[in-house]
Design a protein around this ligand. Structure first.
Ligand SMILES: C[S@@+](CC[C@H](N)C(=O)[O-])C[C@H]1O[C@@H](n2cnc3c(N)ncnc32)[C@H](O)[C@@H]1O
Length: 212
């Protein structure tokens, strides 16, 4: 299973290497795109999977930091796997985009009219996620916290895409103020003349095996 398969680029790559893949994603639009690549795919959440011990492996990329119910996701992934099945994934880890998240919080705090800042992300530490996996019946073979500073073209464009869930209730003018003030803060930490804009990504990458 590719859990949170999105438009299915990686699911198709896995299939090309000889595995039978089923994609699952919360977004019907993504599932349509995945199916268009010839991959069996279903709309659903990783916190409510209809599978019982059917998969040899669950793969997931760039999904689990969007899932606040981390225990629910791990329990559902464990339930879907056969005994001895592998869970291989990567997602945002502790401190991911730290400066960007702090800047967003700071700007919200400055403007009570923006409402409460609801952080949509779950960025666990190695220790926290390893404990969760072990508590839900996995043996962790490998887990690493990987700093991956990533160049972007402009922080305003990044905020257009990734702050969408946080700012969808703001008016157009409020959103422009939000972006402008975030940029003013972040230019001190995330911009240099030599490298341009960078986001301080930090990923958790792991392989765990379901205990029998
Ligand atoms: C950044 S995309 C990654 C897509 C794909 N894994 C890739 O690497 O190209 C994140 C995906 O997670 C999906 N997603 C978020 N929360 C989810 C959940 N609870 N259950 C299933 N999919 C979810 C989104 O719909 C989106 O398609």
């Amino acid at each position: 299973m590719d859990a949170g398969c999105g438009e299915g680029t990686l699911a198709a790559e896995i299939a090309r290497r000889g595995a039978e893949v089923i994609g699952v994603d919360m977004s019907a639009e993504m599932i349509e795109q995945c199916q268009a690549k010839g991959i069996e795919a279903h709309v659903g959440s990783v916190t409510n999977l209809p599978y019982d011990e059917v998969f040899d492996a669950v793969f997931s990329n760039a999904v689990l930091h969007w899932v606040k119910d981390a225990r629910g996701a791990v329990q559902n992934i464990a339930k879907s796997l056969k005994c001895g099945g592998r869970f291989v994934c990567e997602f945002g880890g502790k401190g991911n985009a730290y400066h960007v998240v702090s800047a967003m919080q700071e700007v919200f705090a400055k403007h009570p009219g923006f409402g409460v800042f609801e952080n949509p992300w779950y960025f666990p530490s190695v220790e926290e996620y390893k404990s969760l996996l072990e508590a839900e019946g996995f043996r962790v073979e490998y887990i690493e916290h990987i700093p991956r500073p990533t160049p972007i073209d402009d922080i305003s464009n990044w905020l257009d895409i990734f702050a969408n869930g946080i700012t969808s209730h703001l008016t157009k003018t409020q959103f422009e103020i939000f972006k402008h003030e975030c940029k003013e803060i972040l230019i001190k930490t995330n911009y240099s003349k030599d490298e341009g804009w960078m986001v301080d990504y930090k990923r958790l990458r792991l392989k765990a095996v379901k205990k029998c």
